[in-house]
Every structure is written in C-alpha cells, then in structure tokens.
Design a protein around this ligand. Structure first.
Ligand SMILES: Cc1cc2nc3c(=O)[nH]c(=O)nc-3n(C[C@H](O)[C@H](O)[C@H](O)COP(=O)(O)O)c2cc1C
Length: 338
C-alpha cells in the first residue's frame, strides 16, 4: 500500500508475525529503471516472505526492473498491479486499465518470470467501470493462468476508471466476495486470495472456506497489532514468540535507532508507532505524544536525541499500561476511510 507499507512499517509488522506475507508499496518499474533500484528496494532484507509489487505496462520494462530489484533483495515473488485506478497510473498505462488487455498482462507475467525465476502473481479487480465482468474476468484470468500466473489477488469490486478517485474506488462500487468464490470454483488450481473490506482475522478465517487466502489492507494499516495472532490462527503455530505491547516497542526502538543512523527520516520511522495501542486506554494521548516527538526530532536527529525520545515513549507506554481507570479510553474508530 503506497505511503503505508514502506520498509519501516513492514519491519514493524514482521516483529508481530513470522508467517504473514507482506507486500511492498507499488513500485513503478519505470522509476526503478530511471533512478536505480537502491532507492526503492534496498532495505527489504530479512522481511521474507515478501512480495515486491510492480506497476508496469511493458513486459521488457517490468522484467528489467524486477531483475534489478531481485539483485538487491531476494523477494519471494513479484506481484503485478492490475488494480490501481488512479488517473496518474492510467496515464502511465498500468494498474487497473491493464484489465482491458489480458494479453499484455500475460506478456508481463511471462517476461518477469523469465527474468527473475520467482513466482509472478497479479492483483486485479473484478472488472472495469460498470461491466458485470463475469465473462471478461474469466477470460482475463484464463489468459493469466496460461501465462503461468499461479496466484491471483482479487480486490472484490470493479474499478471505476473515470469519475471516482482512488480513495472512493476503495469503498465503491459494493464488494462482491461471492464473485471471487465463483472464480475459485472455475479455476480450482489457481491460488485465489480475496481482498477488500475484510475487517479482522476472524472474518478472514471464515472466508478460507471459499478461497485460498485473504489479504487485509486498511484493517492492518489502522490496527497493525492484529497481526500478532496470524501465526497461531492461520498457520497453527503454538505459542507465538512474536512481539506485542512493550516488547514490540522495545524491539522496534532498536530498529529506529539503527535506521536513524542510516539517515532514514524520523517521520517515516515513527509512522508505525502512531498505530500502536489502537482503541486502548490512552491511545489518543499516545498518538499526540508520538506526533510531538516527530516534530521535536526534525528530519534527521542525532542518535542521542532519538534514544531520549524513545525513552520518553517507553515511559509513557509503561504509564499508560499501568493506568487502571478507563476514563481516557477512546471508542474504537471505524477503519480509516481511504
Ligand atoms: C493508502 C492506501 C494505499 C494503497 N496502495 C496500494 C498499492 O500500492 N498497491 C495495491 O495493489 N493496492 C493498494 N491499495 C489498495 C489495497 O491494497 C486494497 O486493495 C484496498 O484497500 C481494499 O482492501 P482493504 O479493504 O482490506 O483495505 C492501497 C490502499 C490504501 C488505503
């Protein structure tokens, strides 16, 4: 998710689940070719299992960008974005508009797979604009399967290419999960991952009756701590050795210190901390304090300042955790509307 699943956020998520598959922000293949892969992908080591999502409409461009990226980071797969409806992305001739051209997407899948030798998947919508898309989607998927695409992520609503911005395109038109169930019935050998409006892990688990996997976007963005239960609920791991609460904060703090030394901006490193403690007692005060720390630190603070800031946050976390009264508790918010 652009602006969300940057390397710092993924590191934070990985501390909570060893098994959940993570996906990078969409990386535009052309940008990788023009500016080099380091800028986009060099920090991904140690985050496996992880997919690199590429935005591209050109097989050779996608192949070259994937090759450069995989030289720096051993991704577990490449995912081609055929679901983003933004006008800028359409202007670049990739994203959701590629659903009009199944042959082109198939060529991208082949070229990328040949270049990098790891599995290539596609993320798409149910269709475009007001098309019911039953046959169109079947044809699209059939073409991808013939090209060797073994996994499909489906955001279970159409994309509107005109008249709806990306944000409204994530809540309109209505979700049609049952269309994705039918797709799985029609292509039993294809790994089908359902995405769109899944509010929590328990709902995700029930959906596994119909599909092979579930992908959660905004639910994890607003409440990343739900990932703590993924290894147990979805993979049957016994007691999780992953971090939560104070332990998570301590482990993430070590990463913040190390990355600050690499001159990663404080605002990016502190972004995951804003989401910690969602809906818990004192959550608002926690968020306000994190925001305050970011502005106090500036873009590239020295190590001493960072350590002192993290120490203040640790102290606040401990104080909030030990508070017994419920008067600072916030009502659980709905998912951030995006
Ligand atoms: C801020 C934001 C950024 C997103 N960026 C991407 C992206 O880079 N690539 C992508 O395939 N989908 C992206 N999406 C869409 C989500 O992956 C997902 O398909 C959509 O939000 C519906 O799933 P959800 O209801 O679980 O959030 C983004 C969504 C949001 C809210």
């Amino acid at each position: 998710m652009m602006g969300v699943t940057h390397h710092a956020f993924r590191h934070f998520l990985r501390l909570m689940s060893r098994r959940a598959w993570l996906v990078t922000e969409m990386i535009v293949a052309r940008a990788v070719l023009e500016r080099g892969a380091d800028e986009y992908v060099c920090r991904d080591r140690g985050q496996s299992p992880i997919l690199l999502q590429l935005g591209t409409g050109e097989p050779s461009e996608g192949a070259r960008a994937a090759e450069l990226a995989c030289r720096l980071t051993p991704y577990d797969g490449i995912n081609i974005n055929a679901g983003c409806p933004s006008s800028r992305v359409q202007g670049g001739h990739f994203g959701a508009c590629l659903m009009h051209e199944p042959g082109r997407v198939a060529a991208i899948v082949r070229a990328v797979a040949d270049a990098v030798g790891c599995p290539v998947s596609v993320k798409c919508r149910l269709g475009l604009d007001d098309s019911p898309g039953e046959e169109d989607l079947d044809r699209f998927v059939e073409t991808l399967v013939e090209a060797g695409c073994a996994t499909l992520f489906v955001h279970a609503r159409n994309a509107w290419l005109q008249g709806l911005d990306p944000r409204r395109n994530r809540s309109l038109p209505p979700l049609r999960w049952e269309r994705v169930f039918r797709l799985k019935e029609r292509f039993p050998n294809l790994t089908v991952v359902l995405n769109g409006g899944i509010p929590d892990l328990e709902s995700g688990q029930t959906l596994l009756e119909h599909v092979d996997g579930v992908m959660l976007g905004r639910a994890v963005d607003s409440r990343p701590e739900i990932l703590v239960d993924v290894d147990r609920l979805f993979y049957g791991d016994s007691a999780s050795e992953r971090s939560s609460g104070r332990d998570l904060l301590d482990r993430y703090a070590d990463y913040v210190v190390a990355q600050s030394e690499e001159r990663v901006p404080a605002s990016l490193l502190y972004a995951p901390l804003l989401r910690l403690g969602y809906g818990r007692r004192g959550a608002r005060r926690w968020r306000q304090t994190v925001v305050g720390e970011v502005s106090r630190l500036g873009k590239h603070p020295g190590e001493e300042l960072v350590r002192a800031s993290l120490e203040r946050l640790r102290a606040l976390w401990a104080a909030l955790a030990s508070q017994e009264s419920g008067d600072d508790r916030e009502p659980a918010e709905g998912m951030r509307a995006c």
